[in-house]
Design a protein around this ligand. Structure first.
Ligand code: BJ8
Length: 394
């Protein structure tokens, strides 16, 4: 049995739940549809900047609609330019090509002003659904934070209007606690990857994070708690799924949307382990909690706004916090090498990669930038480059 087969054979038993939730979308859409018939609204989202605490307080269910599949891209390319990022193309292809089982039950899509491609995608989407756009500022100065707080308050009002429910201090605090708990269980799961005995593969950790983006939060907390117990047990018994020679790799940059896991698959097929994801399908999603120390609705909304302003997306300038965050994570997760994962045509992460690479090289941390789309055509070339990085680490 080669090392990759061993990793596959030693998948945690409780991962089955996450396999199902990230693959059986028809069943999950039916579940949401049933809840919707009981009066709950469904929100389609595309970015981790949308405060799910507020949606939950209004009784709405959020579902991440970002596309990670190549299948829908030809349809998007028949309408939109080819030279936009695969995440946007895949998403638009799924929605315009009527391939997304969730979209028909979505009451409102929530876009955001992060990158240019997305901003224009929301305009196109208005022909299919009501779309609400949150303005994410691109700097983090006082005035930007004020604007963002106003945006958070406007989103609360929009959710009240959509749901017909009033968001109170009490119901918002309840939602904050639920979503904080969800981020905590995720952080605990990712935390196991800091150890030399790595009890879960990078592919599986990614799957679990992906599930957090559209599963019912309370059920997710329960299922992730069961997984965490299993992983803790593995640590206690020193059950490791990677060989001692496995190099510890961080993926930094663009989100990795399932089923597109090709970089994780490549690294782990070559006998190394992805131990940290500095992406929105990893650390950026679960890091930082909303401060529960608030005594009224205004204070709580302020705390929510502050938590979200700590996300370091490349749409911000300057974005030194993200560079520092990568360095801190390299140390925390005892990373041997960093792969910057850039989706083709993502100018924000691609430009920022230059600065990050300079900083990593200054600190003598081996790094590699991979630009990729969702197709399988570049696998051979990507493999050669990953092999070259792993050789340096030997
Ligand atoms: S907070 S990373 S989820 S915007 S990869 S569509 S940036 S061209 S997804 Fe993102 Fe929110 Fe930022 Fe995170 Fe544009 Fe780049 Fe494509 Fe991207």
């Amino acid at each position: 049995m080669n090392s990759h087969d061993k990793v596959e054979a030693l998948r945690p038993k409780s991962i089955v739940y996450f396999d199902n939730i990230t693959s059986d979308h028809t069943d999950h859409a039916k579940e949401l549809s049933d809840k919707k018939s009981m009066g709950n609204k469904v929100l389609g989202t595309f970015c981790i900047y949308v405060p799910e605490e507020i949606a939950l307080a209004a009784g709405a269910m959020t579902i991440a609609l970002c596309g990670g599949t190549q299948i829908s891209i030809p349809h998007a390319e028949s309408i939109f330019p080819r030279d936009i990022c695969p995440l946007i193309k895949s998403t638009l292809g799924l929605l315009f090509g009527e391939m997304c089982p969730y979209f028909p039950i979505v009451d409102m899509a929530v876009g955001e002003t992060t990158c240019d491609g997305k901003k224009k995608a929301w305009e196109a989407l208005t022909s299919l659904k009501p779309v609400y756009v949150m303005e994410v500022p691109h700097k983090k100065e006082r005035i930007d934070k004020q604007l963002w707080l106003e945006e958070v308050k406007l989103f609360k009002e929009k959710m009240e209007e959509l749901s017909g429910k009033t968001i109170t201090f009490e119901n918002l605090m309840k939602s904050v606690k639920v979503i904080n708990r969800k981020r905590q269980v995720l952080a605990e799961m990712h935390g196991f990857r800091k150890n030399f005995v790595i009890p879960i593969s990078g592919k599986d950790a990614l799957l679990v994070t992906q599930a957090a983006l559209f599963d019912d939060p309370e059920r997710f907390i329960l299922k992730a708690g069961i997984l965490n117990k299993e992983l803790k047990n593995r640590l206690d018994k020193k059950i490791k799924i990677f060989p001692d020679s496995a190099k510890r790799i961080m993926i930094a940059g663009c989100p990795t949307v399932v089923p597109n896991m090709k970089i994780h698959r490549l690294v782990e097929t070559l006998g190394s382990a992805v131990v940290c994801d500095e992406t929105c399908t990893g650390y950026r999603y679960y890091a930082n909690l909303v401060d529960e120390n608030a005594s009224n609705l205004d204070e709580l909304l302020k705390n929510i706004a502050e938590r979200y302003m700590q996300i370091n997306c490349s749409c911000f300038t300057p974005n030194q916090e993200r560079i520092q965050q990568v360095i801190d994570l390299v140390r925390e997760y005892q990373v041997d090498g960093v792969i910057q994962y850039i989706l083709q045509y993502c100018h924000g992460y691609n430009m920022e990669a230059v600065k990050l690479e300079q900083e990593l090289k200054r600190l003598k941390i081996p790094t590699l930038k991979l630009e990729a789309d969702y197709s399988e055509e570049d696998i051979g070339q990507l493999k050669v480059r990953v092999e070259a990085l792993l050789e340096i680490l030997d």
